[in-house]
Ligand binder design. Sequence first.
Ligand SMILES: NC(=O)c1ccc[n+]([C@@H]2O[C@H](COP(=O)([O-])OP(=O)(O)OC[C@H]3O[C@@H](n4cnc5c(N)ncnc54)[C@H](OP(=O)(O)O)[C@@H]3O)[C@@H](O)[C@H]2O)c1
Length: 285
Amino acid sequence: MKRTRLAVVGFGRLGRACAETILADADLELAGVVRRPEAASRPLARPFAAVPVAGHITELGPLDGALVCVPTEAVVGVARELLQHKVPIVECAAVDEAGLRRNQEALHAIALDRRVAAILGAGWAPGALTVFQNLFRLLIPKGETEITYRPGVSLHHSAAAREVEGVRDALCAELRGESGRLQRYVYVEMEPGADPTRVSEAIAADPLFLGEETRVFPVESVASLEQEGHGIVLSRRGTSGRGIHDSLLLEGRFDAHAFSARVMVDAARGLPGRRPGAHLYSVLV
Ligand SMILES: NC(=O)c1ccc[n+]([C@@H]2O[C@H](COP(=O)([O-])OP(=O)(O)OC[C@H]3O[C@@H](n4cnc5c(N)ncnc54)[C@H](OP(=O)(O)O)[C@@H]3O)[C@@H](O)[C@H]2O)c1
C-alpha cells in the first residue's frame, strides 16, 4: 500500500510532535521538514537525524500534504504559499472561532483555484475540544457549558491523598462547580496491585474530603502530569428543568502539542480524497 507522504513546516514544539507522530506510523512517510533559512542549514538532532531538512517545500518532491506548524500570525501566509504550490495543508493555529472563519475566508479561494484541500482548526483547541463542545451541545441542547483551564492544585489535599494505603503519589485539583460547590479531582498513582475502587473509597471517606464532591482518577505517573501541567474540565449541565438533569463531564490533563499533532496527522491522512477548498475540521468529523 502506498504510504501517505507528509511534510512538516516549522520545527518548533508542534512541528516536533508532528514529526514524532508521523515517524511512529508505518502508513505514513515523513518526506522532510521545511525550516526558515537561518535554521535549515543545521541537521536535526536524534531521533530526527535522518529526516531531510529543506528551505522550501518544492525541494521535498511530491507530497500528499503539509502540516503547518509555524507561529499563529504566520500561518495564513505560509499556508497560502503552500496552496499556491498545489500542496494540500492541515493547520491548527490557536485562534478563536472568528479568527478561524477569517482564515477560512483567506484560504478558500486559493485552495479552490489550485484544486487542493486545506483542513483548518485541526488541533486540540481549536480542534478536538471544539468537537467535544459541539457534541455536548448536541446531546444537551438546553444547558450551560463551563470550561476551566488548569484547575487549582491543593497541596493539603494532595498530601492527605498520598497517605491513603495503596497510593504511591497523588495530586488534588479543586474547582468550583456551577452551584458554587467545591469539587475535587484527585489523580492517583497506585502501588502495584492496589485496588482502584478501594483507594477511591478511602480517599472519599477521609475527613478532609467528606462532604465535598470528590472524583478519583488513576494515572500512570503523577510526576509527568505535573510536568505537562495542562489541564481542562469541560462540563455541560442541562437546564431544561424536566426529567433527569442531564450532565456531561470531560476531564483531562495532557500535552496540548502532542494532542494537536495527533489530530493534525489524522486529518492529513484524509487529504488525498478531500475535495478542493478550505474546510473546518470540526465540520468534517
Ligand atoms: N490548536 C491547538 O490546540 C494548538 C496547540 C499548540 C500550538 N498550536 C499552534 O501551533 C503553531 C505552532 O506553535 P508552537 O508552539 O509549535 O510554536 P513554536 O514552538 O514557536 O514553533 C514555531 C516554529 O515555526 C518556525 N517559525 C518561527 N517564526 C516563523 C515565521 N515568522 N515564519 C515562519 N516560520 C516561523 C520556527 O521553526 P524553524 O526554526 O524550523 O523555522 C519555530 O520553531 C501555532 O500556530 C500555534 O497557534 C495550536
